[in-house]
Write a protein that binds this ligand. Structure first.
Ligand code: FAD
Ligand code: PYC
Length: 414
């Protein structure tokens, strides 16, 4: 066995101490990334993943003020569909839906995609016309949807009461390959895949400023110090306006809470997703048996991430006519998320007035379904400066009056 003299031990201890002192006193080297993404929700993580997978850009950090998926990604009701009206929307939402089909295999992480079918009930003459129009548009866009009769609605969802006194069910827009997925798993799956590519996911670190030099982004100030980057992607949903302000520009976004609730678990009774947009309610059954129930957005701008009793009451009152069984259920929990609403209810995936700074936001009440397509498009935009899926969703459309009106397809009353 090798022996050390007391002198050698003392010398090594002194060296270690000096090195430690140097490291302690000198400012730590600042890591510089090719790309920083702000926000570890589904859209931010998917952007990082496709930057690595599709474009070979792997010197990437994702900075998150809270925890992975702790924003809207972990708070939504997980409905996935692509039955939108306008061509650019159908393209990006259908790209996302089709990526969802194989996402578990791509990420090697079970995101529990369940294409059980989604129906949007028509309960007024106006909705019949609206959904028939969408079904025709979808046929031209290559999105498989169908306008179905009340009898077919009942066959697909036997617990529905078709003959409500206020709003009878007159038909529905049916997307058989729409469905649900496990929301946290989507964030976790993308995060693990990013980490496997060598990317850094930095949680509990809030971005507090955007540093620029000559109109070009150079990095971000955070609660843990400055971090440099060549390109910056801001993907922070309800806080988009706050981060844009740090960089000196404004966004056409309003932030508002959207709430949802789940019941106690019950035996399987509903194997499709139903949205009833006239009465502001939608429902599906989770794998654990809970009835997942959501309503409309709050009627005023706010940053609360909580539920409120009046919303629970409004939502349940709205749905009980169509689903009488919920009158006998106990509520388990309720919550809220801050959604980012644009005037035309379509997202923003765009360059910004700051060079090399990009923004992805405005998914409002409906961005969970879009995560893979949005990440794909945002990554392409950041890597190449243009993307066929993203180009229609640029910020300049608000200046040019070129709206992509999805107020019907957005599905949730705002
Ligand atoms: P988020 O998941 O909110 O991620 C943004 C992240 O940015 C957050 O984690 C936040 O902490 C972080 N962040 C913010 N500011 C900073 C900062 N300064 N520094 C660092 N990090 C920061 N969509 C559907 O398609 N189907 C549905 O059924 C559906 N139901 C919904 C139900 C509810 C109740 C809610 C609230 C939303 C619902 N949505 C639904 C909408 C969907 O959840 C969102 O559009 C989507 O999750 C947005 O994802 P994101 O990654 O952009 O945002
Ligand atoms: O966009 O499908 C949707 C949705 C359902 C509930 C909230 N958003």
């Amino acid at each position: 066995m090798r022996r050390y003299s007391a002198f050698a031990i003392a010398r090594e201890a002194a060296r270690f101490h000096q090195g430690w002192e140097r490291a302690w006193r000198s400012p730590a080297p600042k890591p510089s990334y090719d790309v920083i993404i702000v926000g570890a929700g589904g859209h931010g993580l998917a952007t990082a993943y496709y930057l690595g997978k599709n474009h070979g850009i792997r010197n990437v950090a994702v900075i998150e003020k809270g925890w992975l998926g702790g924003g809207n990604t972990g708070r939504n009701t997980t409905i996935i569909r692509s039955n939108y009206l306008q061509d650019p929307s159908a393209a990006i939402y259908e790209k996302a839906r089709s990526l969802y089909e194989t996402l578990s295999q791509d990420l090697n992480y079970n995101i529990m995609f369940s294409p059980r079918g989604v129906m949007m009930l028509a309960q007024t003459q106006h909705e019949i016309r609206g959904y028939q129009r969408t079904a025709h548009a979808n046929a031209l866009q290559g999105v498989t949807t169908e306008y179905i009769s009340p009898a077919k609605v009942k066959q697909l969802c036997p617990i529905i009461n078709l003959d409500g006194p206020r709003y009878p069910v007159l038909g529905a827009l049916w997307q058989p390959r729409g469905g649900t997925a496990r929301h946290d798993a989507v964030a976790w799956g993308y995060a693990r895949a990013c980490s496997d590519m060598g990317m850094d996911i930095i949680q509990q670190t809030e971005v507090t400023g955007v540093r620029r030099d000559g109109g070009k982004v150079t990095g971000v100030e955070t609660t843990k110090g400055f971090i440099g980057c060549s390109k910056l992607g801001v993907v922070v949903a309800g806080h988009s306006g706050v981060v844009a302000e740090m960089a000196g520009f404004r966004l056409p976004i309003e932030s508002v809470a959207l709430q949802a609730l789940v019941s106690e678990p019950v035996k399987p009774c509903m194997d499709v997703v139903v949205m009833a947009n006239t009465v502001h309610g939608y429902m599906s059954q989770s794998d654990k048996g809970e009835m997942v129930i959501g309503g409309g957005a709050d009627g005023y701008n706010n940053y609360t991430q909580r539920g409120s009793f009046h919303h629970v009451e409004e939502t349940v009152r709205a749905l009980v006519e169509t689903f009488p069984m919920i009158s006998r259920l106990k509520m388990l929990r309720w919550w809220g998320g801050i959604v980012d609403m644009t005037g035309d209810r379509s997202p923003i995936i765009s360059k910004t007035p700051v060079d090399n700074m990009f923004i992805n936001c405005g998914w409002g009440t409906g961005g969970f379904k879009a995560i893979p397509g949005s990440g794909w498009a945002m990554a392409e935009l950041m890597a190449k400066g243009t993307s066929p899926l993203a180009d229609a969703f640029g910020l300049e459309r608000f200046r040019e009056g070129r709206f992509i009106d999805e107020s019907v397809a957005a599905g949730v009353a705002h």
